[in-house]
Write a protein that binds this ligand. Structure first.
Ligand SMILES: [Mn+2]
Length: 315
């Protein structure tokens, strides 16, 4: 399944690894895991990881992202991970590379790279990277395995989401065999600053529920400023205060920013992805996002979720 990407990795002596902006556990885990795997398997190659950083997941990285010159892209291979659309890639210089490859588990939006493996049956991009290492017999250190396992945990909601399959556990077992402390990962992921817990409490009190079993929270620019947290924390970090509420089947978190209304949509029953795509976004069947123009557009997206709730049609 991965022969063509492996052939590119073997061919190029310089490899630069990209992933999506505002990285989550899966984006960072797949990037750091693949970085380690290529370094350990091909010590003579120069390998770099580039992009912005999310404070919440900074614990995963033992060093800052690499700062590289444009000239580094000359004659290089750029690998893009965990990203479905060009505009979401952190550091657009991947286009300057001589060759490009992509590994992704999002629903297909567009072709980005010369060689691509996109497989939405995988719960995480980390799972895909690990499957590639398994297939090709690459060296996976305990540190690389830990990074990949972390992304599997975060993208599968601790192996709870419906995207979790038997293959998820086969790959997870392969990684755990490399020997690392799983408790250390959970400690970092699931204990929060008091500030964050209290912020979540404030969001819990602002949950609205429509008659069509859609939960939503709308945060204005003024409210966002008062919370004193970045927009990633307010949107992606808070959307799941509405999960696991009886009477809510789909939920959406709207956050006004300078560049539009961030919108994170989730569902425990329905495929909400087409709604995200309709508004220029994307993601997965039961977890997607989009950036909207204004409040009016946000309310029309909410109306689409209401309609989905009325029509039914579970995944
Ligand atoms: Mn992912």
């Amino acid at each position: 399944m991965f022969e063509k990407i492996i052939a590119l990795i073997e061919k190029y002596d310089k490899i630069i690894i990209h992933r999506h902006q505002k990285p989550d556990g899966d984006a960072l885990g797949s990037q750091l895991g693949l970085l380690g795997i290529i370094r350990d398997s091909y010590p003579e190659k120069q390998v770099y990881a580039v992009g912005d950083m999310t404070p919440r997941y900074a614990f995963m990285a033992s060093a800052p992202m690499d700062e590289i010159d444009d000239s580094t892209y000359e004659g290089a291979l750029a690998i893009i991970l965990d990203t479905s659309a060009k505009e979401l890639i952190s550091d657009s210089r991947y286009t300057m590379a001589e060759a490009t490859a992509r590994l992704d588990h999002h629903l297909f939006v567009e072709k980005i790279a010369d060689e691509e493996v996109t497989d939405s049956s995988f719960e995480s991009c980390c799972g895909l990277v690990a499957a590639m290492a398994m297939e090709a017999g690459l060296s996976v250190s305990a540190a690389s395995a830990k990074a990949l396992y972390t992304g599997m945990i975060t993208d599968s909601g601790r192996f709870r989401y419906s995207s979790t399959t038997a293959n998820t556990f086969r790959v997870a077992a392969f990684l755990i065999d490399k020997g690392f402390d799983t408790a250390d990962i959970y400690r970092n992921l699931y204990s929060d600053e008091l500030f964050f817990i209290q912020l979540r409490a404030k969001f819990v009190l602002r949950i609205n529920v429509t008659p069509d079993r859609v939960g939503y929270i709308y945060t204005t620019k003024e409210e966002a400023a008062e919370y004193g947290a970045d927009s990633f924390t307010l949107s992606r970090g808070m959307v799941n205060v509405m999960s696991e509420v009886k009477g809510i089947d789909s939920w959406v978190n709207f956050t006004e920013t300078e560049s539009g209304v961030l919108c994170e949509i989730r569902s425990s029953l329905y495929n909400i992805n087409p709604i995200a795509v309709k508004y220029g976004g994307g993601g997965h069947q039961m977890a997607s996002g989009a950036t909207l123009k204004d409040r009016e557009e946000a309310m029309s997206l909410l109306e689409d979720l209401n309609a989905l709730g009325r029509e039914g049609g579970r995944v």
